[in-house]
Design a protein around this ligand. Structure first.
Ligand SMILES: *Cc1c(COP(=O)(O)O)cnc(C)c1O
Length: 486
């Protein structure tokens, strides 16, 4: 064999393995490579080819492949390499954790109206900050403000990036260098480093804690009021409940105290629902409208928790205070983009037909799914899943409890139905449930369940029928993983 000019092979370096690697140029100019160049571009194809050839050369030095490598087999490998190198790190998953509004899985899923609206906003110019009636510059909040006011009974509204930003902006605007009175029972930490005391400091406000963890009285607030008091604040205990010997001050009592001292009373409602959930058979939660009606001067809440929209922070309340907030330069830094507004507006509009909401608003539809429906689904899938996991695991259909998630109604749980996977005596693996959990996570569309009490639980609440087919279709691959994973 002779060495071809311009060919960079391992040839000659390793005489034991005289396999010939085609040159970079030979591959790139081969007809089989043209579709790859057309799809991925020459730069990327060339880079992937270099990586591939280097790998093959390294394998040859260790004496692995002995057969001749043809250009067509190389381009086939190259295509795999390119698919891997160009695949998105973002993946759709199946959320079978039982937590409907899962912060780590992106919280609320949006209804089709919102999807269409986002597509429209992405692909054509829009009146984001342009008043079409006057031809003058407008305010992006105008696109949703009147809807928010109608749905909450507030005088005015503004939108920022998330509820943490809403709280920060509210505190910074109204209480910079002033004291904010908060009950010790409401000094919340929401997962992911949102702590009321820290946000307070960053906003330039001074936290004035009153009462104790379990009991706070109106007199505690009254005696805390001083010359430098900027706000009275209540915070929703989103992810915990204080029970037993407790006492907290209702907003209705706090409001007159604030008014008599001309100090605004504000509420961080956290999830903040716009409808009475009890009307949909769910546990009751104070609505934003009720909070405004009780006299709150401002209320902040999230867009992607119970509201069922995109990530956003909503501030509603007194017009003069909202106007002040909008003038704060921080508002510019925390404002939302057009995609958020495009998604939020149609979601808010769905609330104008409350009797149709449980069908149209994805979050509410998932939260209100009848248990019998999930049960039938579990019974249908049980034998299929059992076949895929084999005799090492036992699959059964069982009732379980879902959670709303994202700090909404932390105590209440929703009766659900799902599949329970347990290890059988035939299982010889060292960490059998962990192994199964990993295999489910390695599927093309990863399946995420929850392990507790020696059981891997797959809660079917968030598996709607449209997704069910995809779920079943990829189970074949689970059987393959099962036979190869040790
Ligand atoms: C969730 C929550 C927040 C943070 O809201 P994000 O929209 O996640 O920024 C703040 N306060 C309370 C009480 C919450 O429940």
């Amino acid at each position: 064999m002779t060495m071809k000019a311009g060919t960079d092979t391992a040839h000659g370096v390793n005489p034991i393995n005289p396999v010939h690697l085609p040159s970079v140029d030979a591959v790139l100019s081969d007809a089989s490579c043209l579709p790859l160049i057309a799809q991925y571009g020459r730069t990327q194809t060339l880079a992937a080819l270099r990586v591939l050839l280097a790998e093959l050369r390294a394998a040859m030095l260790t004496g692995k492949p002995a057969s001749e490598i043809s250009i067509t087999s190389l381009t086939a490998q190259l295509e795999h390499q390119l698919i891997r190198a160009t695949s998105s790190p973002m993946k759709q998953v199946f959320n079978l954790t039982g937590t409907v509004l899962h912060t780590n899985l992106g919280r609320a899923l949006l209804p089709d109206e919102a999807v269409q609206s986002v597509v429209a906003a992405l692909t054509a110019p829009m009146n984001l900050e342009f008043d079409l009636s006057t031809g003058k510059r407008g305010d992006r909040d105008d696109l949703v403000e009147s809807l928010l006011c109608e749905l909450t009974g507030a005088e005015a509204a503004t939108v920022v990036n998330n509820n943490a930003a809403a709280v920060l902006l509210m505190l910074n605007t109204l209480a910079q260098d002033k004291e904010v009175v908060v009950s010790r029972g409401e000094l919340v930490e929401i997962g992911g480093a949102f702590r009321i005391p820290d946000i307070m400091t960053r906003a330039g406000a001074v936290l004035r804690e009153v009462g104790t963890t379990n009991r706070t009285h109106l007199a505690d607030y009254t005696s805390a009021i001083a010359e430098n008091t900027g706000l009275l604040m209540k915070v929703h205990c989103s992810n915990y409940a204080i029970t037993g010997f407790t006492k907290s001050v209702e907003l209705e009592q706090l409001v007159p105290l604030g008014r008599s001292h001309k100090i605004p009373a504000v509420v961080d409602l956290g999830s903040g629902t716009l409808v009475d959930l009890a009307e949909y058979g769910l546990p009751r939660e104070t609505t934003v409208r009720e909070t405004i009606a009780a006299g709150a001067d401002l209320v902040t809440f999230s867009g992607d928790k119970l509201l069922g929209g995109p990530q956003a922070g909503l501030i509603v309340g007194r017009a003069d205070l909202i106007a002040k907030i909008k003038r704060n330069p921080l508002k510019r830094a925390l404002r939302v983009g057009k995609l958020t507004l495009a998604a939020l507006e149609p979601v808010l509009r769905l609330y104008k037909a409350p009797e149709l909401l449980a069908e149209r608003l994805t979050t509410l539809r998932l939260l209100t799914r009848p248990q019998a429906q999930m049960r039938a689904q579990a019974e249908m899938m049980q034998p299929i899943l059992q076949r895929m996991v084999g005799a090492e695991y036992e699959v059964s259909t069982e009732p379980l409890m879902s959670q709303i998630g994202s700090g909404a109604l932390p105590i209440d749980q929703l009766p659900s139905f799902g599949l329970a996977l347990r290890t059988t005596a035939a299982n010889q693996h060292s960490n059998p449930l962990g192994r199964l959990e990993k295999m489910l996570r390695e599927l093309p569309r990863p399946v995420l369940g929850r392990i507790s009490r020696d059981t891997l639980w797959l809660d079917l609440r968030c598996l709607e029928s449209a997704d069910q087919q995809g779920f079943i279709a990829q189970l074949e691959q689970l059987a393959q993983l099962n036979s190869t994973h040790s």
